[in-house]
Design a protein. Structure first.
Lengths: 381, 157
């Protein structure tokens, strides 16, 4: 693959409700931060990809309402409805097409403005499933149960993930929900849908983010600290939950295999320095770590138990606090990519991990992580 | 703008999107839902190429993209593959009084699972692999709630 770099990143502070800001204000804030970070003006952006969801925004063709705010007026623009990692994938592909030297990718979300359970209920089939009242939490609980029963993972191990990630968030000024928790706090929080408890869930969030991608030719003239895309893989599973092996992580394994192959990674445990993954619920962190090949199936819980995924562990996972500490849907996956880029650059601030050269970012789309997108980023081309 | 914002309640515009939809059940879905309503029967479709029996039924096989040309009558009982007990009632979503459960159930004769409700169970009774049976509603109008829910089969395993 021709080299493509991340040359600018911008995140807004994520909060439960950002009532002072309309969608466009959030997008403008993220866009201008990414441009400032890259040290370029909007004139140097060749094309724009926006990421949004009409149901969440409560408007038809939600992407069109924020075009002014991301500076796409008079530019070639296209749209992704899905996680921001897939927006970045599309942005990268546009550069690889040879038609564009730079792409701005921006994503926005205001979870505060609707009812997340009703919105996520609407992702299910209107003939067979929706009337049953299933939503993101209850469907994920089916997956959590399948994972715990199938692979011997305990609720306490998942609670540890919540303790770790909420604790990490104290060092990330962009995170929404830093919390000092004990395993008991998580275990005694009320069940939303067994085995998922309130403190196993990511919060409802408002926020936006943007990244600027560039070809090798253009990256050189833009930034002194490009972060290179070393590999990307993506794969989708079946839509209907009953068609899938819910704890099987088949799609993630395939996405990871592709990304590792492209990046020339044969031993992820030793070659990858840091992971930012999509922990919409605490059980997802060990499950995705297994799917990414960092341990055998069923061993994911032990990685947290033994401190390996802690900020000072061998493989820090979600040093930013992850989605458990801030989950603007769609934005959240792209924030994982941005966090990895900042870590590689050494610009992550208080939660900077020493010596991050290769980092892995992961995003999901669809019920129970139906579709997965895996990014391998590095400081060297 | 900071000066006036201090003591100003920021406005929000309340709204509700009311748009009627009419989602087609399709030929396959219509036959399936009418069999539920009129005969208390679950039907699946079989892919002759792969041999997989899909429930809920499809017109085309997601594996080989061939036509699932054969209808197969399934048992109204099956195996609970995974489940979640819901204790927090949601006024607009919860279809039964809490606690109720969601389950992925593989009916006898089918190769794929499907989502439905579990009810009439004791605390701690649900486990993966449990045998469950359909409880049909008295009043039916050809939708998935013609089956009120599934419940554990008594005296089995």
């Amino acid at each position: 693959m021709e080299p493509v770099a991340i040359v600018g990143v911008g995140m807004t502070e994520v909060k439960r409700e950002r009532r002072a800001d309309i969608f466009a204000d959030l997008v403008f804030e993220a866009t201008t931060r990414a441009l400032d970070d890259a040290g370029i003006t909007i004139d140097q952006v060749d094309n724009v990809i926006t990421v949004s969801n009409d149901f969440f925004d409560g408007r038809t063709i939600s992407s069109m309402a924020i075009q002014d705010a991301c500076g796409s007026f008079d530019k070639n623009v296209s749209t992704v409805e899905g996680d921001g990692t897939f927006g970045a994938l599309y942005g990268m592909i546009r550069i690889l097409s040879g038609s564009y030297g730079t792409t701005l990718v921006c994503a926005h979300q205001k979870g505060s403005e609707s009812e997340v359970q009703l919105i996520t209920n609407a992702m299910f089939d209107p003939v067979y499933e929706r009337v049953l009242g299933i939503d993101a939490i209850t469907s994920s609980a089916l997956q959590a149960r399948a994972y715990m029963d199938g692979y011997g993972i305990t609720e306490e191990q998942c609670a540890l993930v919540s303790v770790k990630n909420h604790g990490n968030a104290f060092k990330n000024p962009y995170a929404q929900l830093p919390l000092k928790l004990s395993v008991d706090d998580v275990m005694s929080s009320p069940y939303m849908a067994e085995p998922i408890k309130v403190l196993d869930c990511s919060p409802v969030s408002d926020g936006a983010c943007a990244v600027i991608l560039a070809s090798a030719e253009r990256a050189g003239g833009v930034t002194s600290k490009p972060v290179w895309i070393r590999g990307v893989g993506h794969c989708s599973d079946a839509f209907h939950l009953g068609d899938r092996d819910l704890a099987g992580v088949d799609a993630l394994r395939e996405a990871a295999r592709t990304a590792y192959s492209m990046a020339g990674i044969s031993d992820p445990v030793n070659e990858i320095d840091l992971v930012e993954l999509y922990d919409a619920f605490s059980y997802m962190e060990p499950m995705w770590l297994e799917g990414l090949g960092f341990c055998q199936r069923g061993e994911g819980g032990k990685l947290t138990e033994f401190g390996k995924t802690a900020m000072d562990g061998e493989l820090p996972v979600n040093a930013s606090g992850g989605c458990l500490a801030a989950n603007p849907v769609l934005v959240a996956g792209l924030n994982r990519v941005i966090e990895c880029a900042l870590q590689i650059r050494g610009d992550a601030g208080e939660h900077q991990i020493d010596g991050v050269d290769i980092a892995l970012a992961h995003g999901i789309n669809g019920p129970c992580g139906q579709s997965n997108c895996v990014w391998i980023l590095g400081g060297e081309r | 703008m900071e000066d006036w914002r201090e003591d100003q309640e920021l406005l929000v515009m309340d709204g509700r999107i009311r748009v009627p939809y009419r989602w087609a059940a399709g030929e396959v879905g219509t036959r399936y839902l009418e069999a539920l309503r009129d005969e208390s029967k679950f039907l699946g479709t079989r892919c002759p190429e792969c041999g997989i029996v899909y429930h809920i039924p499809r017109r085309n096989c997601p594996d080989c993209l061939g036509e699932c040309s054969e209808w197969v009558e399934l048992e109204s009982r099956g195996t609970l593959e995974t489940y979640t007990v819901v204790r927090r009632h949601h006024p607009q979503l919860s279809p039964l009084p809490t606690p109720f459960a969601y389950g992925i159930i593989k009916l006898e004769g089918a190769d794929t699972g499907f989502l439905h409700l579990i009810y009439e169970f004791e605390d701690g009774e649900l486990t993966g692999g449990l045998q469950v049976e359909a409880v049909f509603a008295e009043d039916r109008d050809a939708n998935v709630l013609d089956v009120s829910y599934f419940r554990p089969v008594k005296g089995v395993g």
